[in-house]
Each structure stands twice: as C-alpha cells, then as structure tokens.
Design a protein around this ligand. Structure first.
Ligand code: SF4
Length: 360
C-alpha cells in the first residue's frame, strides 16, 4: 500500500512544473490576487466558500473598501457587517470573520497568525482555508485541498475511492504536501484550484484537450474521466413549508429579527410561520400577532434552496390598519440601506414597493 502511494506521489510530482507554467500564463486576474496581503487572502477565501468567483468579486471590493483592515473589521457594527454580506448567504461566515478579527487584535498584534496550526484555531478557518492563507500569504508549504483540488487529484491519479471520506482527503493532502515546490507553494496550490475551476470541470465537461497536464493524467489514459471523482450520494434536502407575510401599514413594512442562534441567526426577516397556511388560518395567526387586517391577498409561491434544506414558501400581502407593537416597522428605503435581509425572502421583499404603491 505504502509503495503504491509512493509511486502515485512520484507520478504526481511530474505535474508541478507544467502546471506552474500554465498558471503563470493563464491565471485569471482577480481582485484579491492583485495585492495578496494576508487580510485580502483571508477575506476572499471565506467569501469563496460556497460562492462563485464572479459573484464574490463585487462583494470583495466593497468589503475591502469599507473595512480595509483587521481593526476596522473587528470594530464594525454588526448591522454594517451583515449588510456588506447581504446576498452572499451563510452569514455565520461574516460573524466568524469578526470574531476571528477580534482574536487577532487580542492575541496576534492585529495580524493574521503566521502558522497553519494557529490559523486553524480561529473561528471559520478550516483545514482548506488555513492551507490557502498559510501558503498564499506566507509561503508556508502546506496544501490547500478543496473540492476542486480533490477532483483534479482523483482524476490525475485515477483514484476511485470516495473523495468525501476523510481518509481519502488526508491521503491526497499527504501526497500533495510531499510534492509542493518550496519556492512557489502558494502558486502551486492556486494553480491546482485554477485547473479545477477552469479546465478539469465537474460533471463530464472536463476540457482535457486544453489541459496542461493531460499527458500525465491517469484517468484520461484509462478513459475514465467522466466516472471520476467518486462521491457518495448526498442526502436529499429537507423540505420545509413556510408562510411569509408582507404586512404593510402607513407606508411601512413589518419585519422581525431571527433568533440569535441557528439558520440565518440574528438577521432580519419578513414575519413568517413554519407551515403552509390557508388564507383563513393566516388571518387567525395575524390576529394572534395583534395585526388588524384591512385586506389580505395571496402572493405567488416561491422556493429557496439552502445546502441541506429547501423552503417552499406561500406568501400573503397584508394591508393592516396600523403599525402593531411586537413587529418592527420600516420604510422601504431603510430596508435597502441599513438592514441585511436573507436572499431567501427576495421573491417577496422585491414586491414591497409595488404593494405599497397600490395600498388602499
Ligand atoms: S486531462 Fe482532463 S481529467 Fe485529466 S486533469 Fe486534465 S482536465 Fe482533468
């Protein structure tokens, strides 16, 4: 077994030079690559978790302009931080950024720590992100293994084991650690990620004809590219029914704050209930909330997909007699300027202007 791993490692080592040469000529120009300071690398890597590069670009620029360093991030009002994150999803990432920034001020002189192990102790920084920051910002020879890299390595080595298994990830990280070039460790890690993002694409669309390491690829040699990587089937998403209310009164819309823990913790939302309510049941609930309904009508159904969960939403526009206590009432412009609302509610929040204009 060890012998096999050694052989695979030796074979993998052959990709280093051609991959770096390809990266030098083809790396995309990305805002965080222009000045790869540890702070920039960190913010970009956190934003890129679960989010596409093109979507991240404007967020990154705005974030860095507004909060240019660790101290600014640590001291930012939480509403401002969440507003900067609005639409990116997975808001715990923003909260963890701020917690980690506070720790950096307290323990590391206002800088990102300079070792993989210390980076790993910070909130929101897992093995991949620690590897990316350590190697790209500080040149420390550690691999950065994300889904793209696992796919590329599985294909290069014709590995047919489940890349979701920790043991397989560890084995791949171990092999990569052995072949990292001392002088260009960050570039090598980025080159592998770039290959995964641009050429060695998932779901049967790998551009092998343009691949700089095609001649070294075992999966291609064996004509099994489309069967790799192997990944155990993911569990089906949990479906959750929801009734969402756009409650309007006196030119304002009602909001409430989500609980401090759990999904979308602490964010603002349209009042809602975890079930699909008929108009009659919706009116009963509104009465319980103390809302005096002048008129109510149904809005189109909508859905929002999270990683492990799907909301199936029924919506109601509610014209209320007055702004009831127990809910927060805001003008539409306050909503867009000051507060962060989860994208899940967008199908309904984007109707607020029209609904207010037609209020009777
Ligand atoms: S040859 Fe194809 S499958 Fe192999 S690494 Fe290149 S793009 Fe991926």
């Amino acid at each position: 077994m060890l012998n096999e791993i050694n052989k695979t490692e030796q074979h993998l080592a052959l990709i280093v030079q051609p991959l770096l040469a390809w990266y030098d000529a083809n790396a995309r120009i990305l805002p965080w690559r222009e000045q790869p300071t540890p702070y920039h690398v960190w913010i970009s890597e956190i934003m890129l978790q679960q989010t596409r590069v093109e979507a991240v670009k404007p967020y990154f620029d705005r974030f860095i302009r507004t909060l240019p360093d660790i101290a600014a991030l640590a001291h930012a009002p939480v509403e401002q931080l969440l507003k900067l994150w609005e639409g990116l999803g997975y808001y715990s990432r923003a909260r963890n950024l701020q917690k980690a920034a506070g720790l950096m001020l307290d323990k590391y002189g206002g800088e990102l720590p300079r070792s993989y192990e210390e980076l790993r102790t910070l909130p929101g920084i897992g093995p991949y992100t620690a590897g990316a920051i350590a190697s790209i910002a500080y040149g420390i020879p550690v691999p950065a293994v994300d889904g793209n890299v696992l796919r590329v390595v599985a294909r290069l080595t014709a590995c047919s084991e489940d890349i979701g298994k920790e043991s397989v990830k560890k084995q791949m990280a171990g092999m990569l650690k052995q072949i990292l070039p001392d002088d260009r460790t960050g570039d090598f890690n980025q080159a592998l990620m770039e290959l995964g993002a641009m050429i060695c694409l998932p779901r049967g669309v790998a551009k092998c004809a343009s691949c700089p390491v095609a001649g070294l690829c075992r999966a291609r040699e064996l004509d099994i590219v489309t069967t790799l990587p192997v990944k155990a089937a993911q569990k089906a998403r949990r479906q959750e029914q929801k009734t969402v209310f756009v409650i309007l009164a006196q030119g304002r819309v009602a909001l409430k704050q989500r609980p401090a823990k759990g999904l979308l913790a602490g964010l603002w939302e349209l009042p809602n209930e975890n079930s699909c309510l008929t108009t009659a049941k919706a009116q009963e609930l509104l009465a319980l909330w103390g809302v005096r309904v002048d008129a109510i009508h149904k809005l189109p159904a909508a859905k929002h997909v999270f990683t492990h969960l799907e909301w199936q939403m029924t919506g109601y526009a509610v014209y209320a007699a007055n702004c009831t206590a127990g809910l927060i009432w805001l003008k539409p412009e306050q909503l867009t300027e000051n507060l962060a609302l989860p994208t899940a509610f967008k199908p309904y929040t984007e109707q607020i202007g029209v609904l207010l204009a037609t209020q009777h």
